[in-house]
Design a protein around this ligand. Structure first.
Ligand code: UDP
Length: 305
C-alpha cells in the first residue's frame, strides 16, 4: 500500500516508518524536521521524503497523491514546548488536520489514522482504567485541539464517509526518544549523574506504553472500517517516584532523587492519575500493548549503551 506519514521523522513516526517499510509498503514522509530526523538512515533510503509543513495545503495535497492511508502524526509535542508555543500548537493541530482532511477528500484516501492523546482525559474520574466512553475533560489548548480534531474526523466520517481512527496514546516511550518526555529525561539525568527531577511528591501516575507495542497497535488498526476513537494503553499504572527508582537501579546510577515543584507553566498539564483501558483496542484488532514497564526500561538502557 502507499502510505503517507506526517511527522514521520519524529519518535513515533520514525518507528512506524521503519515497520511499514519492512512490511513492504511504499512510504512517503512529510516532516518539517524542526526536531531533527529520527528515521534510520537505511530506512530513509527506501522512502520518499518531503520536507515541509502540514500547515501548507499545497504540500499536503502533493504528498497525498495516489496515497491509500495517511498517518497524521505531525504535532507540536512535549509539555514544556507546547506550553511555550500555544499558538503554533493550535495552528499545527487545527490547520494541519484541516489540510490532511481536505487532501484526503481530494485524493480519495481510504483512511486517516490520527495521533490524538490521553491528555484529553485531563482530570476525568478514574475507577479502574479510563475507557473511551468516559466524559473527557481537556484542560489545555493542546488537549482541546486534539479533542476538536477527534470530533472533526467523526463528523467527516458521518457526512462524507471518511474512514478514520483517533489514537489516544498513553505516554509512549522507547529508545532514541528526546528528553521532552519524562523517561528519556530521567535516563539522561541518571546516566550523567545529575539529580532526578521528580515533580511534586512523585505520587502522580501514568500508564507507559512501549513503542513497539504502540506501532503494532497502529498497524493493526489500518483498514478498519468506520470511525473509532481508540486508547493505546498498557493498562499498568506507575507512579513517577517508582519510575525514577527503577531507572536509577537499571542504570546503576548514584544520582539522587530531588522532589521539586513542577515549573509553573506545567500546572495545567499536571494530572494526578492516568491509566487507560485497552479493551476496545483488543476487541477491534485482537491485540493490546503488554510490555511490562521494567522490560521496556531495560530495552532503552541496552539501546543507549
Ligand atoms: N515529570 C517529572 N519530572 C520531569 C518531567 C516530568 O516528575 O522532569 C512527571 C510529570 O509530573 C508527569 C509525568 O512525569 O506526571 C509525565 O510527564 P511527561 O511530560 O513525560 O508527560 P505528560 O503525561 O505530563 O504529558
Amino acid at each position: 500500500m502507499k502510505i503517507l506519514i506526517t511527522g514521520g521523522a519524529g519518535f513515533i513516526g520514525s518507528n512506524l516508518c521503519k515497520r511499514l517499510v519492512n512490511d513492504g509498503h511504499d512510504v512517503t514522509v512529510l516532516d518539517n524536521l524542526l526536531r531533527g530526523n529520527k528515521i534510520d538512515p537505511e530506512v530513509f533510503k527506501q522512502i520518499h521524503f518531503i520536507k515541509g509543513d502540514v500547515k501548507n495545503y499545497s504540500i499536503v495535497n502533493t504528498a497525498s497523491k495516489n496515497v491509500d492511508i495517511i498517518f497524521h502524526f505531525a504535532a507540536v509535542l512535549g509539555v514544556d514546548v507546547v506550553a511555550d508555543n500555544p499558538v503554533e500548537t493550535m495552528d499545527v493541530e487545527v490547520i494541519g488536520t484541516r489540510n490532511v482532511v481536505a487532501a484526503a477528500q481530494e485524493n480519495n484516501i481510504k483512511q486517516i489514522l490520527y495521533a490524538s492523546t490521553s491528555g484529553i482525559y485531563g482530570h476525568s474520574a478514574i475507577e479502574n482504567a479510563l475507557s473511551e466512553e468516559v466524559l473527557v475533560d481537556p484542560r489545555t489548548s493542546y488537549a482541546m485541539a486534539k479533542r476538536y480534531n477527534e470530533i472533526y474526523l467523526a463528523s467527516h466520517n458521518e457526512e462524507k464517509g471518511l474512514e478514520a481512527v483517533s489514537l489516544r496514546f498513553f505516554n509512549v516511550y522507547g529508545g532514541n526518544q528526546d528528553n521532552r518526555m519524562v523517561i528519556p529525561r530521567f535516563f539522561e539525568q541518571a546516566q550523567k549523574g545529575e539529580q532526578i527531577t521528580v515533580y511534586g511528591n512523585g505520587e502522580q501516575t501514568r500508564d507507559f506504553t512501549y513503542i513497539d507495542d504502540t506501532i503494532e497497535a497502529c498497524v493493526r488498526l489500518m483498514n478498519i472500517k468506520g470511525y473509532h476513537i481508540v486508547n493505546i494503553a498498557n493498562e499498568e499504572e506507575w507512579n513517577i517516584k517508582t519510575l525514577a527508582e527503577h531507572i536509577l537501579e537499571i542504570t546503576n546510577s548514584t544520582s539522587k532523587i530531588a522532589y521539586i515543584d513542577a515549573p509553573k507553566k506545567r500546572y495545567d498539564y499536571e494530572v494526578e492519575r492516568r491509566v487507560g483501558s485497552s479493551k476496545k483496542l483488543k476487541q477491534l484488532v485482537n491485540y493490546k500493548p503488554s510490555t511490562p514497564l521494567v522490560d521496556g526500561l531495560k530495552m532503552i538502557y541496552n539501546i543507549n549503551n
